[in-house]
Design a protein. Structure first.
Length: 89
């Protein structure tokens, strides 16, 4: 259980770092992204461990990675392109 928790924290931090490197202008501040990814991975590990039971380290880490990615995707803001409308509309 300790390895699952540590592994999920490291996965959450790695996914947060990758998201900040890939989409720096579309994500909020780092102090929001890193905890969101870490907590998402911990929750995913807990959820997957509860569903699968003990002894499924790879499955638990895969579930943690999936939930962390979903949590981080909820933080992405739309691109800053504005639609120009004509004055007659």
């Amino acid at each position: 259980m300790i390895l699952e928790a540590l592994g999920s924290v490291l996965l959450g931090l790695a996914l947060s770092w990758a998201a900040l490197r890939r989409l720096p202008d579309r994500l909020p501040a780092q102090r929001v992204v890193y905890p969101a990814g870490t907590l998402g991975a911990l929750f995913g590990a807990y959820l997957t461990h509860t569903a699968l039971g003990s002894g499924h380290l790879l499955g638990t880490l895969l579930g943690a990675m999936f939930v962390a990615a979903v949590t981080l995707s909820l933080l992405i803001r739309p691109a800053t392109r504005r639609l120009r409308r004509s004055a007659t509309v």
